[in-house]
Design a binder for this molecule. Sequence first.
Ligand code: ZN
Length: 119
Amino acid sequence: MSKKFFRRKEQREKKKIALERIDVLFNLAERVFAYDKGLANRYVEIALAVQQKAKVRMPRKWKRRYCKKCHSFLVPGVNARVRLRQKRMPHVVIKCLECGYIMRYPYLREKKERRKAKK
Ligand SMILES: [Zn+2]
């Protein structure tokens, strides 16, 4: 088999490992959040570093669980406010209560994304 084939396989492996690490880190963040917010945020930072280095997409499960601005781990009802809005386009509004940053996620696009992901 060609070298190219192996390189591609290696890349795929690296991305797979990166995604697994991100999942582990966010799970840890979720677990420690209640008693050590600072540590939870550290895990988010590490997960983001792993994600950027491996150039993988943030898994949808965790995409909305951290602030895009201050990178705090977010728990809806604790340090994040989640609202649904129907104006113009149906969207979810998530406000980080740590820094006040507001994130909007249209759910029409999300639905499309999900359909794409299934294929
Ligand atoms: Zn924030």
